[in-house]
Design a protein around this ligand. Sequence first.
Ligand SMILES: C[S@@+](CC[C@H](N)C(=O)[O-])C[C@H]1O[C@@H](n2cnc3c(N)ncnc32)[C@H](O)[C@@H]1O
Length: 258
Amino acid sequence: MGEYGIKMPPEKRIMLQSRLQRRLKALQMSDFKEYVDFVFSPEGQIEEVIHMMDVVSTNKTDFFRESIHFDFLLSDALPDLISNRNERSIHVWSAGCSSGEEPYTIAITLSEFKAHHPGFDFAISASDISTKMLNSAAQAIYGEEKVQDIPHSVKVKYFLRSKNHEKKQVRVIAELRNKVEFFRQNLLFLPMESNPKYSIIFCRNVLIYFDRDNQYNILSKLCMNLKSGGYLFLGHSESITGFNLPVTQIMPTVFKKK
Ligand SMILES: C[S@@+](CC[C@H](N)C(=O)[O-])C[C@H]1O[C@@H](n2cnc3c(N)ncnc32)[C@H](O)[C@@H]1O
């Protein structure tokens, strides 16, 4: 999937076909040739590619996924940023945020830190390639099963239960939602940046979909967006081994910009 830099080995063919069937049905097309012609037409490149990416990419995510990162934020990264770097107001980017669980988990963690550090404040930007995911992230409505492992004290503080109990849904409180701004960004087309504004960047479980050249391209641009002394968090199976990047490793998936 050239322009999107996604690895699609032959063994994924059946998975891909079955997922794309939904688009064929929606467009009332009878075979894949017709669909492929449409995707590569000028109209398809504008309209269909976004839908195709929604169907093809994997959006699995969770609140407090890889919870060690949020513990590290509280115990190390945030104290370091405010004491050593004197950053009172920090900007965080969740790149590849899927349905929003990651940026809202960051928002909960930073709110907890803020409660004990008067004068501290934060803003979170969250991006994804999928407009469908971004819309659902901005809604911030989740099934109750999604929050079942969150400690009760945290749940009652940051989530509201649906008035209609039969729906079994919760919504992130407005105060937290207002801290997160969502935008669409294809990570393969990140602009060069000479004036970085982020103190922390999360880009977890996204790089795995790309080949090495694109991984390096994305990581280099993410580093350009990270302030000196800022922190980069990757997913548990992602690494920067072999890449020449201006960061030092703090933990297997946590890096600090030089
Ligand atoms: C598995 S989810 C990871 C969500 C979250 N970061 C986490 O670790 O739980 C991967 C996300 O990356 C997004 N994605 C895939 N390709 C992308 C691209 N080229 N640019 C931006 N986001 C992309 C997908 O839409 C999906 O929401």
